[in-house]
Design a protein around this ligand. Structure first.
Ligand code: COA
Length: 159
């Protein structure tokens, strides 16, 4: 379980004029706009539907963070864990704000929350074409595994 004390309080680190804080469901439309603007592949008719994200954020093992600047969402990073392993998802920063450490700050905060919850291994899935993200996660110390195949079983194609 994520530390409720940490989870409850808003992080108000200010750096370069942006704030990192918990995602709220009222941010949903702004979040989708951010993901579109960032070119992040997402599933608006699947697991990124508002009702699915509303459910996920209430889960004790979820930490969904956003970076906000002057009322605009400019970055996101979602973390979850299953008690065994942590996962980082939906890391995105608007193009105009890249290469200033925003994604790194978001991901490090998610990692800290997961570590505080006793999770010592954190994973992420990156598509092969996504060289920027590969470079980003390698820079943050993630090890690439070329010998693992990703298998999924989907109830329907859009999920
Ligand atoms: C990947 C992404 C989130 C990085 O966001 P960002 O805020 O620019 O990243 P940061 O500034 O925190 O980068 C930290 C370090 O990662 C590495 N890095 C980040 N982007 C990089 C790029 N395009 N090329 C090479 N290295 C990169 C650098 O080492 C960088 O440090 P530096 O700027 O001091 O050299 C952003 O490019 C993005 O939104 N991409 C599209 C969405 C996406 O595909 N998300 C990932 C899904 S898995």
């Amino acid at each position: 379980m994520l530390n409720p004390m940490t989870k409850a309080k808003e992080i108000s680190k200010r750096r370069s004029g942006f704030v990192v804080r918990e995602f709220r469901i009222t941010d949903y439309d702004a979040l989708i706009k951010l993901w579109k603007g960032a070119g992040l592949p997402h599933k608006p008719r699947g697991r990124d539907r508002k009702k699915d994200i509303s459910r996920e954020i209430t889960h004790v093992n979820a930490v969904f963070l956003v970076a906000e600047k002057e009322g605009i969402l400019i970055g996101s990073a979602f973390g979850t864990h299953d008690g065994r392993k942590g996962w980082i998802n939906r890391v995105a920063v608007l193009p105009d704000f890249r290469r200033s450490g925003i994604a790194a700050q978001l991901v490090r905060e998610v990692e800290k929350r997961l570590n505080d919850a006793g999770i010592d291994i954190i994973a992420c899935l990156i598509e092969e074409w996504n060289k920027e993200s590969v470079a980003f996660f390698e820079r943050l110390g993630y090890k690439r595994h070329n010998d693992i195949f990703y298998f999924t079983k989907r109830r329907y194609p859009d999920i």
